[in-house]
Design a protein around this ligand. Sequence first.
Ligand code: MN
Length: 237
Amino acid sequence: MPTDACSDYLFPPPHPVSLPIVGQPQRFPVRRIFCVGRNYLEHIRELGNDEKQPPVFFMKPAQTIVQDGSTMAYGTLTENLHYELELALALQSGGYNIDEGKALQHIYGYAIALDMTKRDIQDKLKKHGHPWEAGKSFDASCPCGPIHPAQAVGHLESGRICLKVNGEIRQDSNLDMLIWKIPQIVAELSRYFELQAGDLILTGTPKGVGPVLPGDVMEGSIDRLGSLNITVGPRVA
Ligand code: MN
């Protein structure tokens, strides 16, 4: 009898999620997406959060990624879909309890990402002390550009991070404004999770978050990483 590769499964398993890598034909397979909340002081202030609290970690499924140049669905049950432009780290290795001094060795490269947020839903969940998934980890909530290898662009400590909506600047800051620096984020996150090759870490957004509407075009840019271009599609019926 011929063997069917899929016969072990009740239905075909999902295709792996991956991102293109600039300058090479292989793709970067995405394992998990970790996000850091509250990592730029001015953004903590604009949302009225406590400046003395450490940043929070949350996750999105890999399947929430939207590729550069695509249209993302507006999504359901929100009247206040927000952009949050962020630097993403792409890990090539990991482990538990990574030393800050060795953290950069685990970073394969960097990308531009959007932590799309249903702010009205997130605010309700926060008020009740509930988990954020419905406001943060919905379908198409993580547009992400191609990975730029650190070998090509170096490790990023500073550089302009800027988001335009329909050509108008909405967020404009610098990576050197991060409260928790990149090695500290990797080290701290690895105390909770065994980090692995393929993990992405979104490092938080600067001030200027705000809503988009169907038809809007978002262009995020970070020095040395080019740009990420995403169109907001129609509402899901
Ligand atoms: Mn964010």
